[in-house]
Design a protein around this ligand. Structure first.
Ligand SMILES: Cc1cc2nc3c(=O)[nH]c(=O)nc-3n(C[C@H](O)[C@H](O)[C@H](O)COP(=O)(O)OP(=O)(O)OC[C@H]3O[C@@H](n4cnc5c(N)ncnc54)[C@H](O)[C@@H]3O)c2cc1C
Length: 278
């Protein structure tokens, strides 16, 4: 008989991190909505699930106390709670907006921000990356989201820290239909920062594209080359969406159209006429 799945409910974030570090076949679970997507034949035998949804340090949304306005969002906060929270709507409206477009109400009621990020393919990651979110770890230290995503396996995220509203910023999600479909491309921009994520494409900043945005040239071939390099999936295995044989080319072209559409006033329009002197 194969070994059953075990569930651990550690009392603290440090204990959760220690459990994961102690053995292979140990994974964190919060809502479990993304984790179970890969279990076509049920959970792998012998797996240990470390329940991080009840950790007290990972609960709640708080305003950061001093200085510029900001938020500390516990990793176990559900996507639906985030979507409805007045402070999130006010200080990070793009995060509330992306949550509204993730899955259905039951998925958002179970799914957490920590799980969305820990999955590496969550739509919220594109937004968190351009908002320059920081991740609080089990030992209380805080590091940039990009540094956290570079780790393998990912350390436990206890909370996400965000500064106040970024402007201008936008985010777009392209799917195959209105009802739930895995994202073909989720793109977000805040200031000069651009980030993308999609099914099969782990979240990342688009650094070469950001350099194009900052420079004077909007030549199509330069853009497309930068976008293709940024959106290459590096051969990372993941859920694949059949967007056609040329995923990268399709995504680069769609991303360019979105970026041009949102930047049109600054890229294409002639300079406004000088105001008449009075
Ligand atoms: C029908 C359906 C529709 C969906 N639609 C969307 C969608 O439109 N957009 C989208 O982005 N996602 C979608 N998802 C995926 C998923 O529901 C969300 O990404 C959700 O936010 C995952 O959160 P969770 O708490 O359930 O994660 P879990 O499934 O519990 O965990 C996901 C991964 O993150 C890790 N993890 C969990 N918590 C932490 C933590 N605190 N620190 C570090 N790692 C952690 C786990 O080990 C696991 O690898 C959908 C899923 C389903 C079933």
């Amino acid at each position: 008989m194969s070994a059953p799945v075990r569930i651990e409910r550690p009392a603290s974030a440090a204990a959760a991190q220690a459990l994961r570090a102690a053995a292979a076949d140990v994974v964190f679970v919060a809502g479990g909505t993304a984790l179970q997507l890969g279990w076509t034949d049920g959970a792998p035998a012998g797996l240990t699930l470390v329940d991080v949804a009840r950790l007290s340090a990972a609960q709640g949304i708080t305003l950061t106390p001093a200085g510029r306005p900001g938020l500390r969002i516990g990793a176990a906060v559900t996507l639906e709670a985030l979507r409805l929270d007045e402070r999130v709507v006010r200080l990070a409206p793009m995060l509330a907006q992306v949550c509204a477009e993730i899955g259905s109400l039951p998925v958002r009621t179970w799914g957490t921000l920590g799980g969305n990020a820990g999955w590496r393919y969550g739509d919220a990651l594109a937004v968190l990356l351009v908002l320059q979110a920081r991740v609080e770890l089990a030992d209380g230290s805080v590091r940039s989201l990009e540094d956290w995503l570079a780790a393998e396996p990912l350390p436990l995220a206890v909370a996400f820290h965000l500064d106040g509203p970024a402007s201008p910023c936008w985010y777009e999600k392209i799917g195959q239909r209105e009802a739930f479909a895995p994202s073909m491309l989720t793109l977000a921009q805040a200031g000069g920062r651009v980030a993308a994520v999609a099914a099969g494409l782990p979240a990342r900043r688009l650094r070469r594209t950001e350099a194009c945005l900052a420079g004077p040239s909007v030549d199509a071939s330069v853009w497309v080359a930068a976008l293709q390099a940024d959106l290459d999936d590096d051969g990372v295995a993941g859920v694949r969406v059949p967007v056609g044989p040329a995923d990268v080319r399709w995504r680069a072209s769609a991303a360019r159209r979105l970026l041009l559409g949102h930047s049109r006033p600054s890229l294409d329009d002639p300079a406004p006429p000088a105001a008449p002197s009075t």
